[in-house]
Design a binder for this molecule. Structure first.
Ligand code: GAL
Length: 700
């Protein structure tokens, strides 16, 4: 694994912050008082108290107010707001204010503006108009951070530092000359010699051999597709570059404050530019922003995935949901309002999965600016609204849930997830543009979610000990160490399902020869001669997909459906030591295995060579989960019911979330529903749209 260059600022462990103290589930929001006047602020703090809001992120976009002209600072507004919040018992999550440069800076130094891949500049007038490698931007930003940190570093209201905002949301990939220089230095640190770089990038292809570092550029648009090694390293570099920037701000803060520092990650479907596995240990507490994305088939299940991944980044511990929307956002083609109760269900789905803060963008809906139609805790219509009522109720519910803080989600199933594999798999030239990494990950997650199985999302480098089942969807780029890690897990008795387009290349995007999937060929006991992708409207039937293949005793005669199909992808696969579980019944590969299983040590390694329909995926994982002795935390269902357990040393809680339109009865241990205060014996009725959180009397 690559380690960021030693020249980047790295804090000594000894000066790391005190931990973020959680006495309950924090309830909060971004607060942008600069958009309003003092009479509104006075009302704001009273309403915050009414709702139970106790953690407020301010100064996120504060730069142009704090430093109206170069080197001239005005802290009047920020002083007033921090004191006002403090006097009302509201804790401050203090932004460093650097997320968007003020117009005077971009006017004086247009060289800080970012360039996109065609080499054209993106201007100020929006936000985040800065190049992550710009030394000029960094110098100005750090000067501001210094002033903010020295002024408020010891202020009793400040409990958390919020570096910049969603680093890399818009500007992660900059293609300017400053970036090219930084990229070259990064490459030199990674490869040492230009010869090593040429080998890694395979530059003998298309006459791309470099003779000197100066010849290398950012991967700007070309006439043909670009060198995939260059593109992959540019992603790695860009993630490290922003991490270096984060560290630089953190180092300045640390000179003045022991308060924990974080920044808001974007573990979400449409942003993929930062490898948060490499960031996670740098933040004092993991914070994530999540917005339902209605461009996806199932935004609510994607929320669950994002929350499970956030917990993975927090190493299984607590994390903070730093932003979500109370209702609609403003940046999708159709911005859907949430149904009554949906905000609460979304929030508790995060809490069930480890979130110990529920925060929103933003406090009061803006009257002006690009986000004026984005929902907020206080809507344009004011507080005599269904939304505000739910905001107040959610605050009360979170207060009642304070005792879950410190408990942990326990899962015996994991999915391996890798940003590096995502970057490499979705590169320009590939077997099928219809196959995308995240969709394959989501498909595996959805099948497990529907089976009622709680899933950890972990890095392929994670210690897999303790899991019963590890699912490996489309892990196209796999290092030798990662392949060994999985093989050792299976040899020791674990079960795995590896899906197609996994283990194809090494960390340099170099194909592993001798039959796909090179990294997992021995583990899976198969060899693939050729990929045979299907067009998006094509499907092939899967045969021999019944109990016979296993023996009826093992899985039950109805373990698999009769109408199983595969889509998007097939391959000419040959068995080595594996057995065929299902084969193609039509198409050009009739009789070729589509699903296989291989004994390896004391465990079993399954392979899925196609993208099955939802039912078949679930059927398959049901069988594998049973074989692996996975414990489901809830009943199998169509995704409308979620049951998740959080466990502590002396207590445990079961969250039951009913997204459906019918009331449902769920079996539980005896206990107390801490949402309603009612006693529960054996079963609980969860009304349509409601959430119940049972404190179990006896952990079952
Ligand atoms: C986030 C951002 C917020 C706000 C929000 C709107 O990306 O951090 O400032 O823009 O989206 O959904």
């Amino acid at each position: 694994m690559y380690t960021p260059a030693a020249t980047q600022v790295h804090l000594d462990e000894a000066v790391r912050a005190t931990p973020f103290v959680q006495t309950g589930i924090a309830y909060g929001c971004d607060y942008n008082p600069e958009q309003w006047g003092p009479e509104v602020w006075a009302e704001d703090v009273l309403l915050m108290q009414q709702a139970g809001v106790d953690l407020v992120a301010i100064n996120i976009f504060g730069w142009s107010a704090l430093e109206p002209r170069a080197g001239e600072y005005d802290f009047t507004l920020l002083d007033t707001i921090i004191d006002l919040l403090h006097s009302h018992g509201i804790r401050v999550n203090l932004g460093t204010g650097t997320s968007s440069p003020p117009p005077w800076l971009t006017t004086a130094h247009p060289e800080i503006l970012p360039q996109v891949e065609d080499g054209t500049t993106r201007y100020s007038g929006g936000r985040q108009a800065w190049c992550p490698s710009s030394p000029v931007f960094r110098a100005h930003a750090l000067r501001l951070v210094e002033r903010v940190a020295e002024r408020y570093g010891a202020h009793p209201a400040v409990v958390l530092w919020h570096v910049s905002n969603e680093l890399g949301c818009h500007n992660a990939l900059c293609y300017c000359d400053d970036t090219a220089g930084a990229f070259r230095r990064w490459l030199e640190a990674r490869y040492g010699t230009i010869a090593a770089l040429n080998t890694a990038w395979g530059t003998s292809f298309w006459s791309q051999r470099y003779g000197a570092w100066e010849e290398i550029h950012t991967p700007r648009l070309t006439l043909s597709s670009r060198n995939p090694g260059q593109a992959l390293d540019f992603h790695r570099f860009s993630s490290d570059e922003l991490l270096g920037y984060y560290r630089a701000e953190e180092a300045v803060i640390r000179r003045h404050s022991r308060v924990p520092v974080t920044t808001n990650f974007m573990v979400t479907a449409h942003i993929r530019n930062l490898d948060y596995w490499s960031w996670a240990s740098d933040v004092d507490v993991v914070a994530n922003d999540h917005y339902l994305d209605h461009r996806l088939d199932d935004p609510t299940t994607e929320l669950a995935f994002s929350a499970d991944l956030s917990r993975g980044l927090a190493d299984g511990g607590g994390w903070l949901l730093m932003e979500q929307a109370t209702s609609a956002v403003n940046w999708q083609p159709l911005n859907r309002a949430k149904a009554p109760g949906e905000m609460t269900r979304n929030s508790l789905s995060h809490v069930a999965r480890g979130a110990e803060a529920i925060c929103f963008f933003q406090w009061r809906a803006s009257q002006q600016g690009s986000e004026k139609f984005h929902s907020a805790l206080v809507p344009h219509a004011g507080t005599d609204t269904v939304l505000w009522k739910e905001v107040v109720e959610l605050g009360a519910t979170l207060t009642r849930l304070r005792e879950v803080v410190g408990t942990r989600v326990v899962a015996d199933t994991a999915i391996l997830f890798s940003w590096e594999a995502w970057w490499a798999a979705d590169n320009e030239s590939r077997p099928s543009k219809a196959v995308t990494y995240l969709e394959q990950v989501h498909a595996a997650y959805t099948a497990l979610h529907r089976l009622g199985v709680t899933v950890d999302i972990v890095s392929p480098d994670a210690d897999l000990t303790g899991y019963r089942l590890v699912v490996v969807p489309a892990l196209y780029l796999t290092t030798d160490e990662q392949a060994d890690n999985l093989a050792a897990f299976v040899a020791a008795g674990g079960h795995t399902l590896v899906t197609f387009y996994s283990g194809i290349v090494d960390e340099d995007d170099r194909v592993r020869l001798g039959g796909y999937p090179g990294a997992f060929r021995d583990l899976l006991g198969i060899s693939v001669e050729e990929f045979v992708p299907l067009s998006p409207d094509q499907a092939v039937r899967l045969d021999a997909f019944g109990a016979d293949a296993f023996g009826a005793d093992a899985f039950g005669a109805d373990a698999f459906g009769a109408d199983a199909t595969g889509t998007l992808w097939t391959e000419r696969l040959r068995l080595a030591s594996a057995e065929a579980i299902a084969s193609y019944a039509d198409g050009t590969l009739v009789g070729v295995p589509a699903i296989t299983r291989n004994r390896h040590g004391s465990g079993a390694a399954w392979y899925l060579a196609t993208a099955p329909d939802h039912t078949t995926y679930r059927d398959l994982l049901r069988v594998i989960a049973r074989e692996a002795r996975v414990t489901a935390t809830g009943p199998e269902n169509d995704g409308l019911l979620e049951v998740i357990r959080r466990v502590g040393d002396d207590r445990s809680f079961v969250f039951i979330i009913n997204h459906g339109v019918s009331d449902t009865v769920v079996a539980t241990a005896d206990g107390i529903d801490i949402v309603t205060g009612d006693a529960v014996t054996g079963t609980v009725l969860v009304p349509a749209g409601a959430v119940r959180v049972i404190r179990e009397e006896t952990a079952s």
